[in-house]
Design a protein around this ligand. Structure first.
Ligand SMILES: NC(=O)c1ccc[n+]([C@@H]2O[C@H](COP(=O)([O-])OP(=O)(O)OC[C@H]3O[C@@H](n4cnc5c(N)ncnc54)[C@H](OP(=O)(O)O)[C@@H]3O)[C@@H](O)[C@H]2O)c1
Length: 368
């Protein structure tokens, strides 16, 4: 296993961590998952990512149970939800996480999503109080644009040690600005959804390149992908798995070095073309178990209580923040209005529509 410093701190974290928003019935599978997490530590994974919101707090409970007797061996990262960003709520939420994690301190406390309403200074005041009290060791952020990252750095008296953000072969937007910024400023980039939730491994059109590289390095496709991501000096990846064989394989992803020509080959093969598409041509449907608004009126009324709401997010978009393009696919049976269907980015889509009154084409990647 290779380790990297967490930001400018002295804490060493494994380049491959474990995401604990498991796709599983975690209460039912508790024993198996506890065993899996302990196995991860056996395999030298010491970095565990959770959040108050994962499985309604149960992910934190599980991490707490798994490591309460070996607390000093692991680095625990958790997050408070964006709606808990006020001074009082941050302090209260941290107490809840500490209790569920059965620990006196959280190594890395992260803001799960930016909050467009609560001033960042207020949130930081609470985080600074938690640091002084020894309840958290370091502050990190998730899903922040470069502008917001710079803002929080300017406002904070303490270093922001990490940015957790989506980064995988099919979502490489951060390579344009955030990744170089993090590398330059020694901020650890924690790559979430590094394996595209597993789908990239099952997609026929990518099988050839993975097969060739797998043969050349005698490694699995997942190991090739994870190695590509962590080949960037500031990046660590946190794949989630409920499968011991996958876990062991992921842990070994740091044991080889991809040649520069193969890194370039992967980068070239997985370049996603971003095109600007008229928002009116995109149909919004509910994606698997994710509910979505179908009209701008629904998005504006935000009955599903998304936070930040599309209207709130639209304000940041007007200031130039757009974390990543939405993902769409061509509608199979074309009708007269819609040419595409949205597959990822249901809040960002409506935020964009609201920000520009539906008049500005949206950056999108077509996945066909
Ligand atoms: N901060 C944020 O806003 C945010 C957002 C999303 C996610 N996250 C964090 O990132 C973690 C990971 O993200 P994710 O779960 O979305 O995506 P992911 O790690 O890309 O994908 C997880 C899926 O990949 C499969 N998988 C893992 N290793 C594999 C292997 N070696 N071979 C084949 N399949 C493999 C898993 O199935 P098996 O169980 O069968 O292995 C699982 O279905 C989360 O648990 C969470 O901690 C953070």
């Amino acid at each position: 296993m290779k380790y990297k410093n967490l930001g400018k701190s002295k804490i060493k974290i494994s380049s491959i961590g474990l995401g604990t928003n498991f796709v599983a019935n975690i209460q039912k599978d508790e024993k198996k998952l506890m065993y899996l997490m302990q196995k991860a530590l056996d395999k030298s994974i010491n970095f565990f990512d959770t959040a108050e919101v994962y499985h309604n707090g149960y992910s934190e409970i599980l991490v707490g149970k798994a490591f309460k007797r070996m607390r000093d061996k692991v680095v625990i990262a958790t997050k408070f939800s964006s709606e808990h960003s006020s001074y009082k709520d941050v302090l209260k939420t941290a107490e809840g996480s500490l209790k569920r994690l059965q620990t006196d301190y959280i190594d890395l406390y992260q803001i799960h999503w930016p909050n467009p309403i609560v001033p960042i200074e207020e949130t930081l005041k609470a985080l600074e109080k938690l640091i002084k009290a020894g309840k958290i060791r370091h502050i990190g952020v998730c899903n922040f644009s470069q502008r917001l990252l710079k803002d929080i750095q300017k406002a904070s008296t303490l270093p922001i040690v990490s940015l957790e953000i989506e980064y995988n072969l099919l979502e490489r937007t951060i390579e344009y600005d955030l990744l170089p910024y993090c590398e330059k400023n020694k901020i650890t980039t924690i790559a979430y959804t590094p394996l595209n939730s597993g789908t990239i491994l099952k997609t026929e059109k990518y099988s050839k390149i993975f097969l060739n590289l797998s043969k050349k390095y005698d490694r699995t496709a997942s190991q090739i992908i994870l190695n590509f991501l962590i080949s960037h000096p500031s990046v660590v990846a946190i794949p989630a798995t409920t499968n011991i064989i996958h876990l062991e394989g992921n842990a070994k992803s740091t044991e080889f070095v991809l040649e520069k020509s193969d890194i370039d080959l992967l980068a070239k093969t997985f370049t996603s073309k971003v095109i600007n598409i008229d928002t009116g041509k995109i149909r919004v449907v509910s994606i698997t178990d994710h509910a979505a608004y179908k009209t701008v009126e629904e998005a504006l009324s935000n009955k599903l209580n998304f936070f930040p709401s599309p209207a709130m997010l639209s304000k940041d978009i007007q200031k130039g923040d757009f974390l990543k393009p939405v993902r769409i696919r061509t509608v199979q049976k074309k009708d007269r209005i819609f040419e595409y269907e949205l597959i990822n980015g249901r809040i960002r889509y409506w935020a964009w529509v609201i920000a520009f009154n539906g008049k500005k084409p949206i950056p999108a990647i077509v996945e066909d």
